[in-house]
Design a protein around this ligand. Sequence first.
Ligand code: RIB
Ligand code: CA
Length: 312
Amino acid sequence: MNRKIIIDTDPGQDDAVAILLALASPELEVLGLTCVAGNVPLGLTQKNARIVCELAKRPDIKVFSGCEVPLERELVTAEHVHGKTGLDGPDLPDPTMELADGHAVDFLIDTLRSQPSGSVTLCPLGPLTNVATAFTRAPDIVERVQEIVLMGGAYFEVGNITPTAEFNIYVDPEAADIVFKSGVTLTVMPLDVTHKALVTKPRNDAFRALGNAAGIAVAQMTDFFERFDLAKYGSDGAPLHDPCVTAYLIRPDLFTGRFVNVEIETGSELTRGMSVADWWGVTDRTPNATFIGDIDADGFFALLTERLARLP
Ligand code: RIB
Ligand code: CA
């Protein structure tokens, strides 16, 4: 029985790998991709999402364009990490498939209302603007969501865009606050775990050795994408943030975490977007999220490589 998912995304090389993993996995039925401004502006994220679908030879996937600015803030992008196209690394052709008709937020609302309640999982991989807008416009859909599994936040790893905040949450902290307070069943993949999913050279070589278009493109993406983290953290490879979301849906046993309270800072400019996780239970705040802290990295890369091999 496969699991119905909607991926909300701001490709982004790591988003691209997460999408490819989903499209290669029979356990998952991708109902659509909803694109949001984040790593690069919306015009590029929705283009990149279609490039990735065509790399997987899946022009049937519905790709929707969504919110182009955060709820209240100016858009902050991350070309310094992802390059000016947002998908620097491989030389992939422009998409020929069209965008799906309609706005991403309407697709989220309509799908959650039309599918059986509790049967659709949302997988946000970027700023939460689309999801928060849908929840605000149609509060009835919140209880119809099976689960949200998102990439965002950080606790022990603290920030990657500021000293205290992870990028996805930082870009639209008000949207994140809405989602984290919504009461939805929530699983969070923070930097604490994604920084343990590093594309070391042997792992990158294994992608390239697959010899198929997807494997070679992923190797080229992570070759490009790793520069930022190598320079900043001295890590020995690109952290595959977003594919942790897809892998969790397929093999949750590869991950461990705790059900804790997580709240989002929206009032302070100094700590804007900080995800305050009560990991040690020092407050009486109600737990609202499964906050993932660890991963079987070898098992993750074995899964990812085996699934990429299934693609064209
Ligand atoms: O902080 C990492 C996250 O921000 C990833 O989802 C990356 O793609 C960017 O969206
Ligand atoms: Ca992303």
